[in-house]
Design a protein around this ligand. Structure first.
Ligand code: NAD
Ligand code: TDX
Length: 333
C-alpha cells in the first residue's frame, strides 16, 4: 500500500470523502492539491489530523507544482475536475483546461517519476441507455459522451490509456455512477432539492423527471478506489456501481416525504439540453476480480442520513446557496 498519496481535488465532494476515508481506514499520509474553485471548500477538510493531511492550494495544470508534488508521493489519485454538466453547457472552456490539460499535466509528471496513478472518471463517458434496455454499461461499452463535461472526461480517460500503452505509466481508471452523501455542492440534484426545502423554496425537477441515475454512496466509491489502488491490474479499467437505479421523480418524492412534505410540492422546470436518459453500471469485474462489495445498500436510509447532514451543516452550504440559485434562475432552471 502506498505510504504517501497525492489526492487532487481533495476539497471537493468525492475527493474530500476519500481523504476522510483514507484517514479512517489506513495509516497513509495525504497531500491534497486543490485550486479551490467555487466547488472547493476548505471546511470539507476540517477536523483532519495535521500530521496526516496537508493541503496545497494550486492548479493541476501548473506543471512545475505538479512535478514537485508528484515527486514527493508514492501514488496519485486524480479527482480534480470541473464536474457539473449544466455549467459545461454554458461555459465549456474550463472543462477542457482542467479535465484534459490537467490530466495531461499529471500524466507527464507520473511518467517522469514512475509514480502509481489512479484516474477517477464517470459512467457518463458511455453516453446513455434507453429506459427499457436490459443491458448495463461494462468496461467494454464503446465511448459515446453527450455533454462538454462528459466528453472532456472521456478525453482524459483516452489520454490515460495512451500513456499506459506508449510510456508504460502505471495507471488504472475507474468509471463510477452518480454519488450521493455529505459535502456535495448544492448545485447537484440531491443537495439542491434538500437545501431548497430547508430554505423554504420548492424543489426543481428537470422535464418529466423520468431520467434514471444509478446512485452510490460516496463512501462506497472511496472503498472501491482504495481496493483498485491496492490490487487493481495496471492498465485496467474498473466500473464502480451499487445497483442503485432510481428515476429523478422518485428520488425527489423520497426527499420530500422524508422531510415531512407532500410528495408533489415541487416545480417542473425546463429540461437540460441533451439530457442523458439513463445510466446503469454492471460492476461484475470489480466484484469477481477484486472481491469488492458496496456497504450502503439501503438508499432510503442513505438519503435520510444525507438530509440530516445538510440540516446539521447549514454553515457549510449556506454561503454557496444564493449564488447557485441565482445562476439557475438566469437559465430558467
Ligand atoms: P466537485 O466539483 O465537488 O469537486 C472538484 C474539486 O476539484 C473541487 O475541490 C475543485 O476546487 C477542484 N478543482 C477544480 N479544478 C481544479 C484545478 N484546475 N486544479 C486543482 N483542483 C481543481 O466534483 P466531484 O463531484 O467531487 O467529482 C470529483 C471527481 O469524480 C471528478 O473527476 C468527477 O468527474 C468524478 N465523478 C463524479 C461523480 C459524481 O457523482 N459527482 C461520479 C463519477 C465520477
Ligand atoms: O435541479 C436539478 N433538477 C434535476 O432534475 C438538477 C441540478 C438536476 N436534475 C436532474 C438532472 C440529472 O438527470 O437530476 C439528475 C442528476 O443531476 P446532477 O446532480 O447534475 O448529476 P448528473 O448530470 O447525473 O452528473 C453527476 O453524475 C456523474 C455528476 O455531476 C458528474 O460529475 C458525474 O460524472
Amino acid at each position: 500500500m502506498a505510504r504517501r498519496i497525492l489526492v487532487t481535488g481533495g476539497a471537493g465532494f468525492i475527493g474530500s470523502n476519500f481523504v476522510h476515508y483514507l484517514v479512517r481506514e489506513t495509516d497513509c499520509i495525504v497531500t491534497v492539491l486543490d485550486k479551490f474553485t467555487y466547488a472547493g471548500n476548505a471546511a470539507s477538510l476540517d477536523g483532519l489530523p495535521a500530521d496526516r493531511v496537508s493541503v496545497v492550494h494550486g492548479d493541476v495544470c501548473d506543471a512545475d507544482l505538479v512535478d514537485q508534488l508528484v515527486g514527493r508521493n508514492d501514488a496519485v489519485v486524480h479527482y480534480a475536475a470541473e464536474s457539473h454538466n449544466d455549467n459545461s453547457l454554458h461555459d465549456p472552456r474550463p472543462f477542457l483546461d482542467t479535465n484534459i490539460v490537467g490530466t495531461y499535466t499529471l500524466l507527464e509528471a507520473v511518467r517522469r517519476h514512475e509514480t502509481r496513478y489512479h484516474h477517477i472518471s464517470t459512467d457518463e463517458v458511455y453516453g446513455d441507455l434507453e429506459l427499457d434496455d436490459p443491458t448495463r454499461f461494462t468496461e467494454t461499452t464503446p465511448y459515446a459522451p453527450s455533454s462538454p463535461y462528459s466528453s472532456s472526461k472521456a478525453s482524459s480517460d483516452m489520454l490515460v490509456r495512451a500513456w499506459v500503452r506508449s510510456f508504460d505509466v502505471r495507471a488504472t481508471i475507474s468509471n463510477c455512477s452518480n454519488n450521493y452523501g455529505p459535502r456535495q455542492h448544492v448545485e447537484k440534484f440531491i443537495p439542491r432539492q434538500i437545501t431548497n426545502i430547508l430554505v423554504g423554496d420548492r424543489p426543481k425537477l428537470y422535464g418529466a423527471g423520468l431520467n434514471v441515475r444509478d446512485w452510490i454512496h460516496a463512501d462506497d466509491h472511496s472503498s472501491a478506489v482504495l481496493r483498485i489502488l491496492e490490487a487493481g491490474r495496471i492498465g485496467e479499467t474498473y466500473l464502480i456501481g451499487a445497483d442503485g437505479e432510481e428515476n429523478n421523480k422518485e428520488v425527489l418524492e423520497l426527499i420530500l416525504t422524508t422531510m415531512g412534505k407532500p410528495s408533489d410540492e415541487y416545480d417542473h422546470v425546463v429540461d437540460r439540453p441533451g439530457h442523458d436518459l439513463r445510466y446503469a453500471i454492471d460492476w461484475t469485474k470489480l466484484r469477481t476480480e477484486l472481491g469488492w462489495q458496496p456497504s450502503f445498500q439501503d438508499f432510503e436510509h442513505g438519503i435520510s442520513a444525507t438530509i440530516e447532514w445538510y440540516r446539521a451543516n447549514v454553515a457549510w452550504w449556506e454561503p454557496q446557496k444564493r449564488a447557485t440559485e441565482a445562476r439557475y434562475r438566469e437559465q430558467g432552471q
